[in-house]
Design a protein around this ligand. Structure first.
Ligand SMILES: [Fe+2]
Ligand SMILES: [Fe+2]
Length: 278
């Protein structure tokens, strides 16, 4: 909405209305030919303008921006604490709260997790493998893409069986290694989407050698086998159908994820307040 001076303003808007309004205004501002990054910038700047506040986009992975001279100095106050653009999190958040209020905000990534877990469940695989599939890309969806298997396994390590952590850590490298014994082929998505001729580097291949002789290799391969990008679009999977499996296999800290003083609490807090200036 516009205030008396004609400026756009989010005064009086709840989270859902704010997001909807920002999307509407940003759609009018996007110009043909803008790439994805530019479109994201337009949307984020529109939301910041509505809120009359500066919102930091964490610079991890944006080194190229600084290499090209940066974007110049911004003015105004920076957002700290609850982000009005995101659903509120409870004081003691559970894994389920993170799914509902963070991970599933990304319909593509969130669905990928749910569908992978559903595949594993439908095959009658053990609960810990179903949970590994449900969480295998938690870092891509809610935290950081780069080296996602490693970040994801660290996030959950204090709360799950070590076999789950191991499988998630190594699925990242094993996804690049076809294994006929498991009927596992190199993912077509990688061939289609990565730069031509991409070859996994030596440190990934060294990880293969370590993994194939490990007692949990088969578990990591189950994560790879259920890590599909093509899935029946009519099959709707809900997070609630995994509530029991999460309850039995994920040790929820009483203080809430992010507040239990664990070595990874800061990572969960970063997902609660991803745009804090500090
Ligand atoms: Fe992955
Ligand atoms: Fe995946």
């Amino acid at each position: 909405m516009n205030d008396a001076s004609g400026r756009i303003s989010a005064v009086g808007m709840d989270q859902a209305t704010l997001v909807r309004e920002a999307k509407r205004i940003a759609a009018e501002r996007v110009k043909p030919g803008m790439d994805m990054d530019e479109r994201i910038d337009v949307l984020e700047m529109t939301m910041a303008e509505l809120l009359d506040i500066q919102i930091m986009r964490p610079p991890l992975g944006r080194v190229a921006t600084w290499a090209s001279g940066g974007t110049g100095r911004a003015t105004g106050k920076w957002l700290m604490g609850d982000d009005p653009r995101l659903p509120a999190m409870p004081a003691k958040p559970t894994l389920m709260d993170f799914f509902k209020n963070r991970l599933l905000l990304d319909p593509r990534g969130g669905n990928h997790l749910l569908q992978s877990a559903r595949l594993a469940k439908d095959k009658g695989l053990p609960e810990k493998i179903v949970l590994a599939c449900l969480l295998h890309d938690i870092s891509v969806v809610g935290f950081i893409r780069t080296d996602h298997g490693h970040w994801g396994s660290q996030l959950i390590a204090p709360y799950v069986d070590e076999e789950i952590t191991w499988a998630i850590k190594h699925h990242q490298a094993l996804r690049f290694r076809p294994d006929p014994a498991f009927g596992y082929e190199y993912p077509k998505l990688y061939l289609d989407n990565f730069v031509d001729g991409y070859e996994p580097p030596d440190y990934i291949k060294a990880e293969w050698d370590y993994c194939v002789n490990h007692k949990w290799y088969g578990t990591a391969m189950q994560v790879c086998l259920n890590d599909l990008y093509a899935f029946d679009p009519d099959k709707k999977v809900e997070i609630d159908e995994f509530a029991d499996i999460i309850g039995r296999n994920f040790k929820q800290p009483a203080e809430g994820l992010g507040f239990d003083g664990s070595p990874v609490a800061h990572m969960w807090r970063t997902m609660i307040w991803p745009n804090n200036f500090l």
